[in-house]
Design a protein around this ligand. Sequence first.
Ligand SMILES: Cc1cc2nc3c(=O)[nH]c(=O)nc-3n(C[C@H](O)[C@H](O)[C@H](O)COP(=O)(O)OP(=O)(O)OC[C@H]3O[C@@H](n4cnc5c(N)ncnc54)[C@H](O)[C@@H]3O)c2cc1C
Length: 561
Amino acid sequence: MCAAIAAARHGAKVAIIHDRPMFGGNASSEVRMWPMGAKGRDLRETGLFEEIILTNMHRNPTRAYGIWDSVLFEKVKMQEGVTSLLNCSVFDAETKGGKILSVTGWQTTTYQHHRVEADIFIDCSGDSILAELCGAEYRMGREAREEFDESAAPAVADRKTMGNSCLIQVRETPVSIPYTPPKWARSIPDEDVMSTRPHLPDQFRDNNFWWMELGGEEDTIEDAEEIRDKLLALSFGVWDHIKNQGDHNADKWELDWAGFLPGKRESRRYVGDHILCQKEVQAGGKFHDIIAYGGWQIDDHPPAGFDHRGEPTTYYRCPCFGIPYRCLYSKNIENLMFAGRNISVTHVAMAASRVMATCALLGQAAGTAAAIAMEKGILPRDILDHIHLLQKTLMGDDAYLPEHKRTVSQLCQKASLEGESAEIENLRNGVDRPTAEGENLASVPAGSDITYRLAEESFVTQARIIFDSDLNRDTVKGGIQEVRDCPTLCNRPLDLKPYTFPATMVQSFEVLADGEVIFREDDNHQRLVKIPVARKIRTLTLRPLSTYGEEKARIFSFDFE
Ligand SMILES: Cc1cc2nc3c(=O)[nH]c(=O)nc-3n(C[C@H](O)[C@H](O)[C@H](O)COP(=O)(O)OP(=O)(O)OC[C@H]3O[C@@H](n4cnc5c(N)ncnc54)[C@H](O)[C@@H]3O)c2cc1C
């Protein structure tokens, strides 16, 4: 999604082919996993990811899956420049001389083949489906420890992966509800087997059943159907255990939904010009061609999944780490790019980079790079010669690159700046979030003006604003507080209260050119706002009028070019 949207916003003509009826992959209501990202204060992923999340927060106070699906649907469907082919599964590719010419998919709703020709293809299928179709180099399974000197890797390389999961969703009810499992449900009479899996209401009310996992010792692609059958037996067996085996205090909880589409954690990973590994991730990933970052821990599940006796995952700490552009394009197929869990990483590094907010940043980077390559008539690899342009474009679109500053135009820097804040200069310091160096924002009273005065009348193309969306969600109240970071709720207690929107956000504001209002928004719910100015002016003013609760308007950036 993020690759398609980013490429289209930068002028490329895009077709997105997806084999499901809705967008979102593992985040959609068909699978129901929660997009997570970098851990730690002020590290939340911005750019397209935050745009999607803020739209959802604005429209979805109880974090219902149906509303979330509609947000994802419209982000793609309403995006100018994107043609979407849903329910369409790619099964063929035409190649010539190390290049893909076209891909073909079968659409199950129209019974039609769709053949799509393109200059650049971005495979975000998770399974790297183009790898076998076009001969791109890929890996599957775990590297041997010595290959990349990875302490978390097994001594000997194998084909094992993390497993698949079919999730369930449960809800609290006012009365006791009995549960009769199907005869084919897996029998789990033994409490010991479940002891390391959080399955009591106090544990699952603010969590989900991610640990119901199988298939990592098989082939998560070729054996996917058999694995799904075992997963379904496990899902209904786990709920039977909770309801009927011993006292779990779950009488007033019922099974609300059971997923029949397994979420896949791991399968094929493409090989790019660089393979990111554990040591680099744990060293913070300092790369000249950084285009995204991760920061979830290395979260490596045992291949046996639920059948592993012991903890369902092993965590290895890692800091916020940069991911290089060289992991996003194929080593040997010159017009093939990728984003998501299938990028060029080792199994261990993938255990950190696989979370969805990181995948979204990778998608935005790949789509933006593809659009730049198209515009320049060059191949994805050649973007390395224009890496500063890619980084600048990403940061301009509010994608954060740790330790990097956005370049603010000379025109903006030379203008005088006035506003009722001692920190007014933060608005053009090129940093759009709090960092170790400071808060990087200016707070001004609602209704007051922030004004740039240019020495002489000059042509201004656009103004760019970054409001404070409360990256740590400190001001979001209601719901289940422990999971207020998640765009959806899996399990629902009876006393659920609607979530509020971040109180720090500016709700209504005006932008004025030479004292004339050129833009007004009364229902703002976005952090990044770009406003076309396209005229010669002497003054440019931002007038925040109201917020979602805070007394002052909190603004990270207001600059122009
Ligand atoms: C059970 C489970 C729990 C997880 N927990 C978390 C979590 O809490 N937080 C988190 O952030 N991440 C979590 N993850 C990891 C995360 O969900 C994945 O790593 C991430 O979704 C990968 O994103 P992606 O876009 O690469 O792939 P996906 O989300 O898998 O999307 C790929 C899409 O491509 C489609 N596709 C595949 N083949 C074709 C084809 N031939 N033609 C057309 N379309 C095709 C698929 O249908 C799918 O929708 C979890 C994963 C699983 C399975």
